[in-house]
Design a binder for this molecule. Structure first.
Ligand code: HPA
Length: 251
């Protein structure tokens, strides 16, 4: 049984994996973002997929989320850990913090967001009350506490992830509205990925790294250079947390 890891910005490859094979696959929904990377972490088989492609070319609205999740399912993946970088809306969630969201508000549009998309597909109305799998979230949390405490990383066990369309960042008014809606963090890739995993009944959880304060919440304008620095400084920890979460118990 293998575990899927979907890497986002700052995590286009997963060097900790002892890579045994890279394979280009295709699905009835088209090609996933990148070749699948098959390897092991400890004793667990892992399939890694770079959400934005190997050279980070795919913007959030062009990611073929349906093909990505379908490809992982076709390879027998039984659980998915997704990594996303996000902006902080909740004042408690600042750059460098790790967040394990428990809820989603979806503001995206025009993305291939369901497998129930033609008369010959079974029409599903999935239950999405709790969009993430609690047992995977708990594994991420325990791993984050074990790995993050030493470097004084703040860890948040609950948050509402607001998924925006991108690729532009939000306006200050949009972030104010999202804060009012109850969003704690904002990112561009959390949806429809989570819902598609649920449609295919694959347990799914998200490990989010805050790389900036969202629009209008800090004195300075948002700088891509600063985001990249936070990513570079914190991705080693993110990889450690994932490694530990995968190794923690039998899934
Ligand atoms: N907004 C949307 N997506 C993001 C942000 C943001 O501020 N930071 C990182 N991903």
């Amino acid at each position: 049984m293998s575990i899927g890891i979907i890497g986002g910005s700052g995590l286009d490859s997963f060097s900790d994996l002892s890579v045994q094979e890279q394979r280009v696959v295709t699905t009835e929904w088209g090609e996933p973002s990148a070749p699948l990377c098959f390897g092991t972490l400890g004793n667990t088989e892992v399939v890694f997929l770079a959400r934005h492609g190997v050279t980070h070319r795919l913007p959030p609205h062009r990611v073929n989320y349906r093909a990505n999740i379908a490809a992982l399912r076709a390879e027998g993946v039984k659980a998915i850990y997704a990594v996303n970088v996000v902006g902080g809306i909740n004042g408690e969630m600042g750059p460098g913090d790790l967040v394990i969201p428990d809820q989603i508000i979806d503001y995206t549009f025009g993305r291939g967001h369901t497998y129930s998309d033609s008369p010959d597909q079974v029409l599903q109305h999935i239950d999405f009350t709790f969009p993430y799998d609690d047992s995977l979230r708990d594994r991420l949390l325990q791993a984050a506490i074990a790995c993050g405490t030493a470097c004084e990383t703040r860890i948040h066990a609950e948050a509402v992830y607001g998924a925006t369309q991108g690729p532009r960042l939000e306006t200050a008014a949009e972030i104010a509205r999202m804060a009012n809606d109850g969003c704690d963090i904002v990112g561009m890739t959390g949806m429809p990925e989570a819902a598609l995993a649920r449609e295919l009944q694959i347990p799914y959880a998200c490990l989010a790294l805050v790389v900036n304060m969202a629009a209008g919440l800090s004195e300075e304008r948002i700088s891509f250079g600063q985001m990249e620095t936070v990513m570079a400084n914190n991705m080693p920890l993110v990889r450690k947390v994932l490694t530990q979460a995968v190794a923690s118990r039998q899934h």
